[in-house]
Design a binder for this molecule. Structure first.
Ligand SMILES: [Mn+2]
Length: 353
């Protein structure tokens, strides 16, 4: 958890910011964190970060264009040193809120870095933290969407269920947050928003504008001119998603699901999350092939962070990291067979230990 003092500090930064620019991770935790903060002050612009693994220097262009007085970075573990350096040269304060496992960093005094992991090794989503910062009851549903999308059942879920009984249920199973994500109406709304992030830049901007004002979760499901494109995109992506999901399910081996695919839309983390819910005992590895690279999502009930860091060690140029049970990695496609082989060796060794 962040301390009350840290939460208060972030509130003060928000108050001070007259024209903040929010960069957020391109998923529901990033999106809802932005929405919660933006809705609390009613000013500022938001940009999803599509570069991986870092927020890279290509985003300096947007800083030039929008001329902000404050930069917020939400739910992104890595930011390129060059980006930070150039922001600092402009004398702009940066408020960086993350929840990924990391080590203490030495940063410029203009960079205000917050991560509950550094306090007490907890990793509650940035949307959970953002809700604690803004504390607006009317945004309870937005915070709930962020948390259940990030595999986290928040302590305020009972309050949500009391307010919107028809959108939720009492969660069950070993992954109660994913039970809600895949088996309730609020979960469907979460999946709609998540897929809408995969739309074109113009359509994402319109979605953000709509979500900055939406008063309750049912507005997302209502078909009208505000939601037309959001729902259309969901149906389109969901159709492809279900096909890939079925193929991935069919490629299930003993203790391991390994599945690779290509196409214009990356859905690796969505597929990996759902498969980890359906096959809780298996290691899930989903690789999205694009250009020369494979972007890989991994999920496991055991320490998948150690596994990820170990299997990329002898692969040139490979990167990877994340949480204890959910990670990402990036390798050149030509190294994928070695990557898979390393995983098999790792599992074999684990089994014999
Ligand atoms: Mn995220």
């Amino acid at each position: 958890m962040l301390t009350e003092q840290q939460v208060e500090e972030i509130r003060e930064h928000l108050e001070k910011a007259q024209n903040p620019l929010f960069f957020f991770d391109n998923d529901n935790d990033g999106l809802t964190s932005f929405l919660l903060l933006r809705r609390s002050i009613d000013r500022g612009k938001g940009i999803p970060i599509k570069t991986y693994p870092e927020l890279d220097s290509t985003y300096l262009k947007r800083v030039e264009e929008l001329n902000p007085d404050y930069i917020f970075i939400l739910d992104k573990p890595d930011v390129s040193p060059d980006f930070l350096k150039q922001i600092i040269e402009k004398n702009l304060p940066i408020v960086w809120i993350d929840h990924h496992q990391t080590e203490e960093k030495t940063l410029d005094p203009l960079i205000h870095y917050y991560n509950p992991y550094l306090n007490d090794k907890t990793s509650e989503p940035v949307s959970y933290i953002s809700y604690k910062i803004t504390n607006k009851k009317e945004d309870l549903w937005i915070a709930t969407i962020g948390c259940i999308s990030d595999a986290y059942l928040p302590d305020f879920y009972p309050e949500f269920l009391e307010k919107y009984p028809e959108l939720g249920k009492k969660p069950t199973g070993v992954k109660p947050s994913f039970d809600l994500l895949y088996n309730t109406e609020i979960g469907k709304i979460a999946r709609i928003l998540d897929f809408s992030l995969k739309d074109t830049t113009t359509n994402v901007v319109n979605m953000l504008k709509f979500m900055m004002k939406a008063k309750n979760p049912l507005e997302v499901l209502e078909e009208n001119k505000n939601t037309e494109q959001i729902l259309k995109k969901f149906n389109e992506v969901n159709e492809k998603y279900q096909l890939l999901l079925n193929k991935a399910r069919a490629s299930s081996e003993d203790n391991f699901i390994y599945f690779s695919y290509s196409g214009e839309t990356s859905m690796s983390s969505n597929l990996a999350n759902q498969l980890s819910f359906e096959f809780p005992d298996k290691l899930i590895v989903i690789a999205y092939l694009k250009e020369n690279f494979a972007n890989i999502s991994l999920r496991w009930k055991d320490d998948v962070r150690s596994l990820t860091l170990s299997v990329i060690k002898d692969i040139p140029g490979a990167t990877g990291g994340g949480h204890t049970n959910a990670t990402g990695a990036k390798v050149l496609q030509e190294h994928l067979p070695k990557f898979k082989g390393n995983i098999e060796k790792y599992l074999e060794k684990e089994k014999n230990n």
